[in-house]
Design a protein around this ligand. Structure first.
Ligand code: GTP
Ligand code: SPV
Ligand code: MN
Length: 612
């Protein structure tokens, strides 16, 4: 183990607490060697990964990786929040005692990295100098080089972040051990995987996957679960699965910032990368701050609610990304960006990539193409309709590759928040947008967000489930306590953000087509929301919020059938009344749900009954 000391010395990693942590887990996992990573190691590590066959070149400055075929998404039932206090048990956090989970994970990790390199990845989940930086520092230990390459893209990485800590012990200890992927019984009764955040010990122990949120521990495990727990324990902030955008109005010179939660694979990245529709582009510009995580706090100086994106990159869904839906996403993975694609279809002989929805039809010449499992497409039977790319296949690229990245995305201050929106994939009932001006009703609305399950998590597609604040898979403590903390943080702001519920996914009951074209046109309801907040439009009041009149919504340059428009701007009262019963059941599961939330529920229910 003297080699460990030597490696840490050579890398200039001086923090004694980090050194002790590295030594402890190098010993436990039996790793053959230790290597400290800085972002500047990226080019060399890419070369090594290509050499080792972990990545393939997909043209100039683009890379391709394939994950094990049973390791393609987060696994919610294998994900646990453990603490030393049972009152942290919630409905969704799969709470277990720390005293049970830590030894169990240590047993699984013991000797499991034998012969491998243990990479030491010090990271910061915040713009440097941000007021929440003390909660944002961590060290991920991982035995997978591709995980390191993803972490360099998704987080700010370098030894300076741990060497500079005021309190050398104040970093999140994150350990990722891949395990023997072919023998973990994924999805069976003998499943060996466990993804555990020991929240009150600020320790993350993930075993048995090298995919996405299971393995990039800065992102979901720290950025959401640990962040949420720390934000509550410190009473200082919220950590949410939110996108964060700026809207610049060139005519008035004003800047607005909107953040919002949509469940996994429900449109955050697409909204954040939005190019304004052609007809509105002369006046409005949308800038990207974040597409998956926002931390929110009240700024001491101004008293306003502020937000920032703790991440440094985008881990985006590939499916349906094309020139029409999301030109900025395509540009962010162009040649020369050093992006990494995972589990899409790949043609190693030409370096081309493809996924469902990239073009209307797959490449006509199937020669050389491999599907996401590596099987040649040309060998497929004619009636084989299996997708070429995995539905949860993704691209990973850094924020500075995103064409509409905000000028000040890296500034320590963060940005003031004007509006908070929630939206799920809901095929009926939810209108295009309904605005909510009352804090408790806004929080109530977030808590009753429902969506159809998506491919980002293992589960049944098309089944509606509640996903409070789009945080169901990331909930770190009890939902009632969470609701109270949300009310406290946002309620303390001097100027209240306006809330809204949006739905881009309402479908025609007969032929199933989307009633709203979505993507770039989603700017239109957001502009209406800002106008409403500014008192420039009035909307139409309903029991479930204020919705735009047809005249108020800017539809310039847009073609939408009148019947579809009418549907998405109306309230289906019987469906809503039925929904209120489901909500009562849903909220009733949670302990310590604040009375303010129940009052909001009763207000909406009785307003619905009163409505003509
Ligand atoms: P996570 O990274 O899993 O948290 O997902 P996300 O919320 O960022 O979702 P993303 O923007 O990647 O979109 C997921 C899928 O929804 C993609 O296949 C998109 O093409 C599709 N999508 C996004 N926005 C819209 C929209 O406005 N309308 C329709 N019909 N589909 C959309
Ligand atoms: C999500 O599933 O919400 C993601 C992808 O953002 S992952 O990082 O895998 O969790
Ligand atoms: Mn997400």
């Amino acid at each position: 183990m003297n080699d460990v000391e030597a490696a840490l010395d050579a890398a200039g990693l001086t923090n004694p607490e980090v050194r002790a942590f590295v030594k402890e887990y190098a010993e436990l996992t039996g790793a053959a060697r230790v290597e400290v990573v800085n972002a500047s190691d990226d080019a060399r590590l890419l070369e090594e990964a290509v050499e080792a066959g972990e990545l393939e070149r997909a043209g100039e400055g683009r890379y391709y990786s394939r994950s094990y075929h049973k390791d393609t998404a987060r696994s919610e039932e294998r994900t646990i929040v453990a603490t030393n206090n049972e009152s942290d048990r919630g409905v969704y956090n799969n709470w277990r005692p720390a005293s049970e989970m830590k030894p169990m994970l240590h047993d699984r990790m013991r000797g499991a990295s034998e012969g491998k390199t243990m990479y030491v990845v010090p990271y910061l989940m915040a713009p440097a100098g941000n007021t929440l930086a003390p909660w944002a520092t961590g060290v991920e230990l991982t035995d997978a080089r591709t995980v390191v390459l993803h972490m360099i893209r998704m987080a700010r990485v370098g030894v300076q972040f741990v060497n500079e800590l005021d309190d050398p012990a104040s970093f999140v200890r994150a350990v990722h051990v891949t395990g023997d992927l072919e023998h973990l019984g994924q999805g069976t009764d003998a499943d060996q995987r466990y993804f555990v955040t020991v929240a009150d010990e600020r320790t993350i122990l993930h075993f048995g996957s090298s995919y996405g949120g299971n393995a990039l521990l800065g992102k979901i495990a720290h950025g959401l679960r640990q962040g949420a727990y720390d934000g509550w324990a410190s009473k200082k902030f919220l950590a949410e699965q939110y996108m964060l955008i700026g809207i610049h109005d060139k005519e008035t010179g004003k800047d607005y910032h909107i953040c919002g939660g949509f469940p996994s694979a429900s449109g955050k990245t697409n909204l954040a990368m939005m190019a304004a529709p052609d007809a509105l582009g002369d006046r409005y510009h949308v800038s990207f701050y974040g597409d998956d995580i926002a931390w929110l706090w009240v700024d001491e100086e101004s008293g306003r609610l502020y937000g920032m994106n703790p991440e440094y990159g985008v881990f985006g869904v590939a499916k349906d990304t094309n020139e029409n839906t999301n030109p900025n996403a395509l540009a962010s993975v162009a040649e020369g960006t050093d992006c990494i694609f995972t589990n899409i279809a790949f043609n190693p002989s030409t370096g081309e990539v493809w996924w469902e929805g990239r073009t209307k039809e797959p490449p006509a010449d199937r020669h050389g193409w491999l599907d996401w499992t590596g099987a040649p497409i040309a060998d497929r039977k004619d009636n084989d309709t299996a997708p070429w790319a995995h539905p949860n296949s993704r691209f990973t690229t850094t924020l500075d590759n995103v064409p509409n990245i905000a000028d000040d995305y890296d500034a320590p201050a963060g940005v003031p928040i004007d509006a908070i929106i929630f939206g799920g994939r809901t095929r009926d009932r939810e209108p295009l947008i309904r605005a909510i001006t009352d804090l408790a009703e806004g929080v109530y609305d977030g808590l009753t967000l429902g969506a159809e399950a998506t491919s980002a998590a293992e589960g049944k597609e098309g089944v509606l489930r509640y996903d409070p604040m789009s945080n169901r898979p990331f909930m770190a403590y009890g939902e009632g306590d969470y609701a109270q903390h949300y009310l406290d943080v946002v309620g303390a702001a001097s100027e209240q953000p306006i809330f809204a519920h949006v739905n881009w996914f309402q479908r025609d009951a007969e032929d199933g087509h989307f009633l709203w074209p979505g993507y770039r046109d989603n700017l239109r309801p957001l502009l209406w929301l800002l106008q409403l907040k500014n008192g420039e439009v009035k909307g139409r009041s309903t029991a479930v919020g204020i919705i735009p009149t047809e005249e108020e919504l800017n539809l310039e340059g847009m073609d939408i059938p009148a019947a579809d428009l009418e549907r998405i701007l109306s309230i289906d009262k019987p469906r809503w009344q039925q929904e209120m019963g489901f909500r009562e059941e849903h909220l009733g599961q949670f302990e310590r749900m604040p009375e303010a939330i129940w009052e909001a529920h009763r207000r909406v229910a009785s307003a619905l009954d009163d409505e003509a």
